[in-house]
Design a binder for this molecule. Structure first.
Ligand code: FAD
Length: 564
């Protein structure tokens, strides 16, 4: 028997599962009939990860309905929207995190600081590993219901030399960036540093013009203006440079165009150099090589020497999620685990396994739904669907029905509107049913994607917890194994609907808001609004207090520039 040093869990002396590993069991107090070591009265709910999605579940789940065990390599929740502020010391790292055990206390859940390696869906076992004194130990954790919320990793896009870059996803990443940036300032003022070297050390390059890259650039810019002269009077402001390399035609390209233009103008005024339509080719130890498409369509190769290069160009699947996808026949998406609209992992036994947040994507099957609605229209006309020619008005009726069911499908429907009109319609302005079905299959891939944001993960976590609460109530007295019928999801709870509440970004003593069609960009008032919006979402009184203290400390004394 492998000794797993986790006080809350006892290991069943018997081994089992496909790899014959020790099986951990939850010891519970309320096992009257079955004796200790078993868990009959409440289903065993295992949650992988303690990020945005998982924490939303833990905060919404009613106590005493499930035996909850969270497995994650990090034992804290990280409030990512403020991570860029921690790289330059505007906020302290500890103010962005909340211990997961504090969050779990309300529902009396267990926590295992370990990593999920694999899942055996037929025996309902998660293979978990821990490294202790350099030795990797494995065991199984049984579940009745499993929720996968393992997040994502940085997308490398296959570019070489990323070992020279910094990333910004974890607390450790933010710490490394802060240390490196301050270290570079210190090196820049040494008497042995040449002018050329000094310029390179003080050059910050950001690859990726999405919200994370832009907020990091903004934080660096703020630090230079507010604290540099005080701490490093020998460094001239114009010796420090900030560059953003963006592959699209605008930065913040998922925001309303007016807002990305505002951010670009702001950066131009603040001497943050933005290269658009530019692709990084290679990151060398001291310089970055990229190609830029000029306005006359020519592609030129450029180089920028750097002292710190941040790589922030989107996300991709973790190895664990990739491994699960290969085990399941019906998983076809290369970027995320596909779920149905009830967030059940497609291909896994129905009702057992859910996936939420960045590691997942919802397969809306919109194309299939549209076809069903089209068929209804045909039957309403008293015709076989295959014989029907659809008018644009028919399509609009269908679109309205689809929108009612899938409010988040708006942009896809607008695209279909256009396609319908552009398509080679016959003289009567109608479209053959089969042709329309083909047209739908062309856009099918787009119909699965939802943004990889905290907002989405949080909504999915809340949805799942509310559903689990409901399932526990609609089946009073139901014992663990009876609660496994996947149809309960559809019988007792609606499908998940994402409601986009808007996007915010900090752009250096200014902020931009793209909130449900209302766009707003501005200076200090907008910054306070931006702070308040996130402040309200932070998870505990403790983090709110710490955040408030950090902002007050910075306002009174400035940032401290120590490479601790
Ligand atoms: P995460 O929050 O990433 O959590 C994943 C968890 O899984 C972690 O606890 C991890 O340790 C754990 N894990 C990983 N592998 C395993 C494994 N094998 N076994 C067990 N556990 C595992 N979104 C917004 O909406 N607004 C913002 O302003 C915003 N700003 C951001 C700023 C930065 C710098 C970053 C990096 C992201 C930002 N995001 C923002 C995106 C947002 O953070 C993510 O979309 C969100 O964290 C996704 O939540 P999640 O629960 O899916 O995963």
């Amino acid at each position: 028997v492998v000794d797993v040093p986790v006080s809350e869990l006892a290991l069943n002396p018997e081994r089992g599962g496909p790899k014959n590993l020790p099986i951990a069991r939850v010891l519970v107090d309320d096992d009257e009939s079955e004796g200790k070591g078993t868990c009959k009265h409440k289903p065993k709910l295992v949650i992988l990860g303690c990020g945005w999605g998982s924490v939303a579940i833990l905060k919404t789940l009613q106590a005493d309905q499930y035996h909850v065990t969270v497995v994650s390599p990090s034992n804290y929740f990280l409030f990512t929207p403020f991570l860029p502020s921690a790289t330059v010391g505007t906020l302290e790292l500890r103010s962005l995190v909340e211990p997961i055990r504090t969050i779990l206390a309300r529902i009396k859940g267990h926590f295992l600081q370990a990593e999920a390696e694999s899942v055996d869906f037929s025996e309902k076992l998660v293979e978990v590993s821990q490294v202790i004194d350099g030795e990797k130990r494995h065991f199984y954790l049984p579940y009745d219901k499993l929720i996968i919320g393992v997040g994502s990793k940085t997308n490398t896009h296959g570019v070489e030399g990323l070992e020279h870059c910094q990333f910004l996803k974890t607390i450790d990443d933010a710490r490394k960036i802060r240390k490196k940036a301050i270290g570079n300032f210190e090196k820049a003022v040494l008497p042995t540093t040449s002018d050329e070297e000094r310029k390179r050390l003080l050059s910050f390059v950001i690859c990726g013009g999405g919200p994370t890259g832009i907020e990091f650039a903004a934080e660096i810019y703020d630090m230079l203006n507010e604290d540099l002269i005080r701490h490093y009077p020998r460094i001239l402001r114009n010796e420090v440079s900030v560059h953003v390399i963006q592959s699209r035609s605008h930065i913040l390209n998922t925001y309303d165009e007016a807002l990305s233009m505002y951010a670009e103008e702001r950066f131009a005024r603040d001497h943050v150099e933005v290269y658009t339509n530019a692709r990084v080719q290679e990151v060398k130890q001291d310089k970055i090589v990229f190609s830029e498409k000029t306005q006359d369509g020519k592609v030129v190769t450029k180089e920028i020497p750097y002292g710190l290069c941040l790589w922030s160009t989107g996300v991709s699947q973790t190895d664990f999620a990739k491994n699960l996808a290969t085990k399941l026949d019906k998983q076809t998406n290369k970027h995320a685990l596909e779920t149905d609209t009830h967030l059940r992992l497609i291909g896994a036994p129905i009702g057992d396994v859910y996936a939420i947040g960045d590691c997942s994507t919802v397969q809306y099957n919109l194309a299939q739904n549209i076809i069903t609605f089209l068929r209804e229209i045909a039957w309403e006309k008293g015709k076989d669907p295959k014989e029907v020619h659809l008018t644009f008005k028919d399509w609009q009726t269908v679109a309205q029905r689809v929108k009612k069911r899938f409010p988040q499908a708006g942009q896809h429907l607008r695209r279909l509107d256009k396609l319908f009109q552009q398509y080679d319609v016959d003289k009567s302005g109608t479209l053959d049913f089969n042709e329309f079905s083909e047209l739908l299959s062309e856009i099918d891939n787009n119909l699965t994607s939802l943004p990889a944001t905290a907002q989405r993960a949080h909504q999915q976590g809340q949805y799942l917890a509310r559903k689990l609460n409901k399932l526990a109530q609609v089946a009073p007295g139901m014992r663990a194994n009876e609660l496994l019928d996947g149809d309960l999801d559809e019988t007792y709870y609606k499908a998940f609907e994402y409601k986009h509440l808007g996007s915010l970004a900090y752009v250096g003593n200014a902020a931009v808001f793209d909130v449900q069609g209302f766009n707003f960009a501005g200076g200090i008032a907008a910054v306070y609004l931006w702070r308040s919006a996130y402040f309200a979402q932070s998870v505990s009184l403790r983090t709110r207090f710490l955040l408030f203290m950090d902002w007050a400390k910075r306002a009174l004394f400035g940032r401290d520039m120590m490479d601790l």
